[in-house]
Design a protein around this ligand. Structure first.
Ligand SMILES: Cc1cc2nc3c(=O)[nH]c(=O)nc-3n(C[C@H](O)[C@H](O)[C@H](O)COP(=O)(O)OP(=O)(O)OC[C@H]3O[C@@H](n4cnc5c(N)ncnc54)[C@H](O)[C@@H]3O)c2cc1C
Length: 275
């Protein structure tokens, strides 16, 4: 082995300290957030990016170690994603290359589209807590005011060895971007606080407009975004086309911005760019 060193000399304990202090600083800063976005699929990533670029304190929580949700793959395990006009403008913004498949329909490589979308959220200043599952909500006076989280692996362990209490994160607005599960809204539904209609049958022609129209506050403090809208409101599913996910993220960010402005008694300001 050569004596010539390439890397700086650092103690093992320094590596541990760097991880601990940086992680704790990020978590502590977001224990009280403006918005917690749950689910880092295409809808959640766009929503979080738009809010963070408008100066809001945003925490994006994802149960997997990877971000991107279903956006890495199009339909049938094939890594091409389609969007209908006008959602290709989101691709233009991200610098994603795409082809025109036919009038009004565009196709891109999923890995390129997904990785650039993730990068744009990070660049905008979104903080991410991955490997973390939202397992319950804070509800006070019929308003959601935060989430209850635990490490994802805790939920995978046998019950008898997982007496691990979760922790709470407060937020003025919580966005349910958990896809078909609508896992955030489900916490209200199981307590009889919210009725969920269930996702309708496939109808690609009408489903995307319906998801966009249904994006918004479904319970005080909770905004449904992306495919969770379909499960909560009961709109048709749309098959593997992602334009509504991207534009629903923009619409959810605008809705959250309005709630935040109203909570501060401030006149509504346009904190996010139009989708
Ligand atoms: C059965 C099935 C049917 C589908 N049908 C359609 C369809 O009809 N139309 C369509 O466009 N796509 C469909 N898809 C593909 C895919 O769900 C969507 O296209 C798209 O990725 C949804 O975007 P999203 O951002 O709303 O959610 P997703 O891409 O699903 O992202 C949601 C994210 O939330 C995370 N999450 C979930 N629960 C929690 C929690 N409790 N805490 C923290 N994180 C959480 C997940 O890990 C995931 O990363 C289908 C997928 C499945 C499995």
């Amino acid at each position: 082995m050569s004596d010539e060193r390439v890397f700086a000399s650092v103690k093992d304990a320094d590596v541990t300290r760097a991880i601990l202090s940086s992680f704790t600083e990020t978590l502590e800063r977001h224990v009280s957030s403006d918005v917690v976005v749950v689910g880092a699929g295409p809808a959640g990533l766009v929503c979080a990016r738009e809010l963070a670029s408008g100066g809001r304190k945003v925490l994006l929580i994802e149960r997997n170690n990877y971000l991107g949700g279903g956006f890495w793959i199009g339909g049938f395990l094939m890594n091409k994603v389609t969007v209908r006009h006008p959602a290709q403008e989101q691709f233009n913004r991200l610098g994603v290359r795409y082809d025109k498949a036919c009038e009004g329909l565009y196709v891109a490589d999923a890995p390129e589209a997904c990785s650039k979308l993730i990068a744009s959220a990070c660049d905008a200043g979104v903080s991410v807590l991955n490997m973390t599952t939202v397992e319950d909500l804070i509800v006070r006076r019929r308003r959601v005011s935060g989430v209850v989280v635990n490490w994802t692996p805790v939920g995978a362990l046998p019950r008898q060895i997982t007496c691990v209490d979760p922790i709470s994160i407060e937020a003025k607005v919580v966005v349910d971007a958990t896809g078909h599960d609508a896992a955030v809204c489900e916490k209200l539904a199981r307590r009889g606080l919210l009725e969920m209609a269930g996702m309708g049958a496939m109808d690609a022609e009408n489903a995307e407009d319906a998801v966009l129209a249904g994006t918004g506050e479904v319970f005080p403090g909770i905004i449904a975004c992306g495919m969770s809208v379909s499960t909560v409101v009961g709109t048709p599913r749309m098959g593997p086309t992602f334009g509504a996910m991207l534009l629903s993220g923009c619409a959810a960010a605008r809705a959250a911005g309005r709630i935040l402005d109203a909570s501060m008694g401030a006149p509504a300001r346009e904190t996010v760019r139009a989708g």
